[in-house]
Design a binder for this molecule. Structure first.
Ligand code: NDP
Length: 488
């Protein structure tokens, strides 16, 4: 299989790195081989990005003209939506209903930031003299966007759309496991007529291409989504460069069920919150706190429902659980089930490879629930990033909050209760960037998203998501027409 070219400064070309194979997690067969970028390609992409930003054809565009490019990209994503969703299913292993939603969300993200770009305003600030004082916003420069494998195209859109809308150039480094959708996005941007050089897509490993991008002196900001260890390493480089960075990192989110909740609704929410995307989600509600009085009945019902989840080929619209991304990742998830047992946990369901002969070639893992642990156990503290949930009983609100917040992470959380005052109280007390009340994993591009503590720095989405790719400039304009008296 000859390597697919990468998208370097508006041209399709062979990169100078070692080609990488992307595998279909359903059977681990090679789906595509892609060319990867070496350090010289990174240099070229950065220089081209800087030149494209300086070019009046981009620099002097009015906001509504820049927005038109984003609208065109959105329209092309919508035109190719089914093809993109099918490709992503093969590249990543998520069930087709989920990949369709991700593609739709990517188009929506481009449209949203087109609108934000067109409607963004600066400020006339109160002056303290006979001058006009203004605060305006300008682009930062060339942005490095580094993304993980779990939600391709949606993750890339979440960075590329606001970065372009703000007037920057962007270089995307997709995950080595899922490079294909970022390359598709490059094709569509090219077709949309985006001026060449403004977008490059450079597949490669994090250790080579990713690290070269982060360290490059011409990169004005890194926007990163991925694991906390990688985020910390990028943060160190950013500190040396005095470079802004946004970090969307890991999580170990509590999903909390009170006895007064609508329990049918809560069960569906716990299932969806943890097991959609096979649990490979930063916001997975993987610590499930259940009020003591309903603990036995709720956990029994939950385990019954987990056992009934439909595991299978992601091509089917009925499939709820597809394969994990790689055999190595499945080993890691399996290792956590072993650890849970060593820590004294009891497996209520799943936690093994399936016996079904049709699933043997893929990285499948039966969704698991574990009880008998406490919140301090490693299984309850570390991000597993797979279909494994820890069940934890709680007695009262104070002990619940103390335990739910006892985590290095602070990304998301869920609260299930019929009492709106309690929902408000608990929602305010939880250390999390997002709290869902009687729902879970719902997203609006118009609502900020991001983590507290080791779940990251900064927020994406929403109107201020554009400003994350801009810096403020203050202007003072004399209105007196007279010389400054000091110099007389
Ligand atoms: P990683 O941190 O391993 O990788 C993320 C990206 O960073 C990949 O493109 C990777 O390259 C790259 N990378 C790795 N090392 C470096 C480096 N030294 N310099 C620059 N780039 C580097 O995460 P995963 O891909 O395994 O994704 C899973 C993680 O992402 C989980 O922890 C999850 O919680 C988190 N995540 C967070 C989200 C959020 O919004 N908060 C959303 C989705 C996921 P490569 O893999 O190609 O080597």
């Amino acid at each position: 299989m000859s390597p697919l070219p990468l998208y370097l400064a508006g041209t399709w070309t062979s990169g100078r790195g070692e080609p990488l194979a992307s595998h279909n997690p359903v059977n681990n067969r090679v789906l595509a081989v892609v060319s990867t970028a070496g350090a010289a390609d990174v240099d070229h992409a950065v220089a081209a990005g800087q030149a494209a930003m300086r070019n009046p054809a981009w620099r002097d565009l009015l906001p509504h003209q820049r927005a038109a490019f984003l609208h065109r990209i959105a329209t092309l994503i919508e035109r190719d939506a089914e093809r993109l969703a099918q490709l992503q299913r093969q590249d990543n292993g998520k069930p087709i209903l989920e990949t369709r939603a991700l593609v739709a969300s990517a188009a929506g993200t481009f449209r949203y930031f087109a609108a934000v770009c067109e409607t963004m305003e600066g400020d006339i600030t109160p002056s303290r003299g006979n001058y006009l004082s203004l605060s305006t916003w300008e682009p930062l420069g060339v942005i490095a966007a580094i993304t993980p494998w779990n939600s391709p195209i949606a993750s890339e859109a979440q960075k590329v759309a606001p970065a372009l809308a703000a007037g920057n150039a962007v270089i995307v480094k997709p995950s080595e496991f899922t490079p294909l959708l970022a390359l598709e996005l490059a094709k569509l941007s090219d077709e949309a007529g985006l001026p060449k050089g403004l977008l490059s897509v450079l597949p490669g490993t994090g250790a080579s291409t990713g690290a070269a991008l982060v360290a490059h002196p011409g990169i004005a900001k890194v926007t990163f989504t991925g694991g906390t260890a990688t985020g910390r390493a990028i943060g160190r480089v950013a500190a040396e460069k005095i470079m802004p960075v946004s970090l969307e990192l890991g999580g170990k989110s509590p999903n909390i069920v009170f006895a007064d909740a609508d329990l049918d609704q809560a069960i569906n929410g716990v299932l969806f919150g943890l097991f959609s995307s096979q649990g490979q989600s930063c916001i997975a509600g993987s610590r499930i706190f259940i009020e003591e009085s309903i603990y036995p009945a709720f956990t029994a019902k939950l385990a019954e429902r987990v056992t009934a989840l439909r595991i299978g080929d992601p091509v089917s619209e009925r499939t709820q659980i597809g394969p994990l991304i790689t055999p190595q990742h499945r080993d890691k998830v399996e290792g956590y089930v072993t650890l849970a047992r060593e820590e004294g946990g009891r497996l209520l369901c799943g936690g093994t490879r399936p016996v079904d002969a049709t699933l043997q070639a893929g990285n499948y893992f039966m969704p698991a629930l574990i009880d008998g642990l406490n919140n301090r156990n490693r299984t309850a503290q570390e991000e597993i990033f797979g279909p494994v949930g820890v069940l934890l009983p709680f007695r009262d609100e104070d002990s619940l909050i103390a335990e739910a917040n006892d985590s290095v992470y602070g990304l998301a959380s869920g609260v299930w209760t019929g009492d709106f005052r309690r929902a408000w109280r608990i929602g305010r007390a939880l250390n999390a960037g997002t709290v869902w009340i009687n729902t879970y994993k719902q997203f609006s591009i118009a609502t900020p998203f991001g983590g507290n503590a080791e779940s990251g720095i900064g927020r994406e989405k929403a109107r201020d998501g554009l400003k994350a790719y801009m810096r403020q400039k203050s202007l003072y304009i004399d209105m007196s027409g007279r010389p400054i008296p000091w110099a007389d």
